[in-house]
Design a protein around this ligand. Structure first.
Ligand SMILES: C[S@@+](CC[C@H](N)C(=O)[O-])C[C@H]1O[C@@H](n2cnc3c(N)ncnc32)[C@H](O)[C@@H]1O
Ligand SMILES: [Zn+2]
Length: 283
């Protein structure tokens, strides 16, 4: 069966997880390869089996090269110790539906699916390129859609778990989407995430050498006062190739001019620190 047909079947079985991003009412039917709502707004599945639920163009700075470098870096296991903590936080919960907010190119859901995390998985991102990449490589691991967290096309109180890994949050929306007792797992960088690279990049701007995550954690605490906080910290050895993927995938280097970029590439780092906070809140 073609991907578009398989996605049509998925939508038929899972219409209850979605809502129309235009009128915010239920989707009622899948007609051919289009999803239709109460007010007859219509959204077409793509050949790759993805669903585009954005109301206006949502491309951002994450271009194809950056996304594919992020995917290659993820395939080396770069994020795995962090994902193992995420997995541990999901274990033992009865998860029938899980939503990955700002899923990027999909490697995290792919890993968690392979690790046996249960439930129907949906990954969404505002970047069409990211979702195309996810659907090309990890089609069987989740249902992939292009959508904006600010106009989220998902139904209320249907999700047991929300993943929010290095991506933007919207706590009011998370509250609407989660079932009572559902869990949000948010991952944010700690102060010395990629510190060796920051030091090279911001040699003369000491204040930029560490990442200030306190305001983000404070906002999480306001939303989930009894939250759980776990730090993950590890060193990753880098080959010159993996170092290049790291440079290409991180938003850190976006502001760097060509000269700085070449300078960074010429002196590969032998290893890098990954330090993150995993925040867990229950509705
Ligand atoms: C640093 S990337 C992280 C991606 C992925 N979670 C990961 O850890 O590899 C942040 C992601 O958030 C997405 N994003 C930003 N604003 C968004 C929004 N309003 N709705 C959905 N996704 C958004 C970006 O397109 C990008 O893919
Ligand atoms: Zn509608």
């Amino acid at each position: 069966m073609k991907k578009i047909e398989r996605s049509g079947l998925f939508m038929k079985e899972n219409l209850h997880l979605f809502q129309c991003p235009v009128c915010k009412q239920n989707f009622t039917d899948v007609v051919g390869t289009s999803v239709v709502c109460v007010e007859n707004h219509q959204f077409d599945l793509s050949k790759k089996g993805t669903l585009h639920l954005l109301l206006k163009g949502g491309q951002n700075e994450y271009d194809k090269k950056m996304l594919s470098s992020r995917k290659k870096l993820a395939e080396t296991g770069f994020f795995q110790p962090m994902l193992d903590v995420v997995k541990k936080q999901l274990e033992g919960r009865n998860i029938t539906a899980l939503l990955d907010v700002g899923c990027g190119e999909g490697s995290h859901l792919h890993y968690l699916q392979n690790q046996g995390v249960s439930g129907t998985k949906i990954g969404f991102d505002i970047s069409k390129d990211a979702i195309q990449l996810a659907a090309s490589h990890y089609f069987d691991d989740a249902f992939w859609c292009v959508a904006d967290l600010a106009h989220s096309p998902f139904a209320g109180e249907q999700f047991d778990a929300i993943l929010n890994i290095l991506s933007p949050s919207h706590y009011e929306e998370f509250g609407r989407l989660l079932k009572k007792g559902g869990v949000v797992v948010k991952v944010v960088p700690d102060a010395d995430y990629l510190i060796e690279l920051r030091q090279k990049l911001f040699m003369l701007e000491e204040e930029k050498q560490s990442y200030e995550n306190e305001p983000v954690i404070k906002r999480f605490e306001q939303a989930y006062p009894n939250y759980l906080h776990e730090h993950v910290r590890y060193e990753v050895s880098l080959t010159a190739e993996v170092y290049r993927w790291l440079l290409e995938m991180t938003p850190l280097t976006w502001g760097a001019d060509e000269g700085k970029r070449l300078e960074l590439l010429a002196e590969p780092l032998p290893s890098i620190t990954v330090a993150m906070s995993v925040l867990v809140g229950i509705k």
